[in-house]
Design a protein around this ligand. Structure first.
Ligand SMILES: *[C@@H]1O[C@H](CO)[C@@H](O)[C@H](O)[C@H]1NC(C)=O
Ligand SMILES: *[C@@H]1O[C@H](CO)[C@@H](O)[C@H](O)[C@H]1NC(C)=O
Ligand SMILES: *[C@@H]1O[C@H](CO)[C@@H](O)[C@H](O)[C@H]1NC(C)=O
Length: 290
């Protein structure tokens, strides 16, 4: 069409180029929580690194808390001999400070000895109750490169994804199913690198070997698509894209990918571990897995 010749393409470039060049920097949405001594947490703008040695690990947190959203982080976890080393990316509510009443959604990468795979553990806490671990043997080595880890949390469901593949789904059936629990508190985003020697590797039998330190994890991608506590839009508003209809249930394709992951890569599911619960009674959401 002749008219397209006159389209002001240069204007489009002026709009697009700066946004391509400027990935959201760490400081816009995050602050260090510990280890900010210029070594354990190094803020390189768009790619902070957390390092752990005998003296300290490190962590960071979002400036805001959120009531819904699609949270994402690109992470490259420490490689080599990492038994006892835990890299975490999670959402957590704040008060009270002892954590007894907290809501939390966790990605925890459990390090391992040379030649053994890193395990991805996920967990969900509601009102301080978190006996909901699931563990996966990933289909890639999370220490070899950056991958994207995401949490969709809206009034309809909580979905945990690895590179767009759903690995865990918790539907919000509160109000429909008695005793059903779903995270409802405002949560902040956090990441950390810490010593989990007492539990992380082979149930705590294999400890950190400090001779292999320092251990370093890289992080990228500091945009936050979520309903902040400062937002004037209610967090359940359908104007927020992560609350839209297509994010209320998995698509057919996502459902198939999810079932494939559970069948192929999951090696622990609390719902299948009846011995752990009083009278073998697993939590109520185990009857409603999609
Ligand atoms: C939002 O959450 C942050 C982090 O907890 C807090 O410092 C801030 O005061 C909160 N703001 C409002 C308006 O509640
Ligand atoms: C380690 O993970 C790879 C896929 O990344 C898989 O092929 C292999 O079987 C796993 N090894 C063990 C011991 O589970
Ligand atoms: C879960 O669903 C209930 C019932 O519809 C609703 O009241 C609640 O706000 C939802 N939870 C979240 C976190 O949106």
């Amino acid at each position: 069409m002749a008219s397209s010749v006159r389209q002001p393409w240069h204007l489009l470039l002026i709009v697009l180029l700066p946004s391509l060049a400027m990935a959201t920097v760490f400081d816009n949405n995050y602050v260090p929580s510990w280890g900010a001594d210029g070594y354990h947490l190094v803020d390189q703008g768009t790619e902070p690194r957390l390092t752990m040695d005998r003296t300290s690990g490190a962590g960071f947190r979002s400036r805001s808390t959120y009531g819904s959203g699609f949270f994402r982080m690109r992470i490259k976890v420490p490689g080599g001999y990492t038994a006892g080393v835990v890299t975490a990316f999670y959402l957590a509510s704040e008060a009270p400070y002892d954590g007894s009443d907290r809501d939390e959604v966790d990605f925890e990468f459990l390090g391992n000895v040379d030649g053994e795979n890193i395990t991805l553990q996920t967990n969900v806490f509601v009102n301080g109750d978190g006996d909901r671990e699931q563990r996966l043997n990933l289909w890639f080595d999370p220490a070899a490169d950056f991958h994207e880890y995401k949490i969709l949390w809206n009034p309809y469901q909580l979905v945990i994804l690895v590179d767009d593949v759903p690995i865990r789904v918790l539907r919000n059936l509160t109000g429909q199913v008695p005793e059903y629990e779903f995270p409802a508190k405002q949560m902040g985003v956090r990441a950390s690198l810490w010593d989990g020697s007492d539990w992380a590797t082979d149930g705590g039998r294999i400890k950190i070997d400090w001779g292999r330190a320092p251990f370093t994890a890289g992080f990228r991608g500091f945009d936050v698509d979520a309903c902040a506590n400062t937002s004037s839009t209610p967090c359940d508003s359908t104007d927020l894209w992560w609350n839209a209809r297509r994010h209320r249930r998995l698509s057919v394709r996502e459902q198939a990918a999810y079932e494939h992951v559970r069948r192929t890569y999951m090696n622990y599911d609390y719902c299948a571990d009846k011995d752990r619960f009083q009278n073998g009674k697993v939590p109520v959401e185990c009857s409603y897995t999609t």
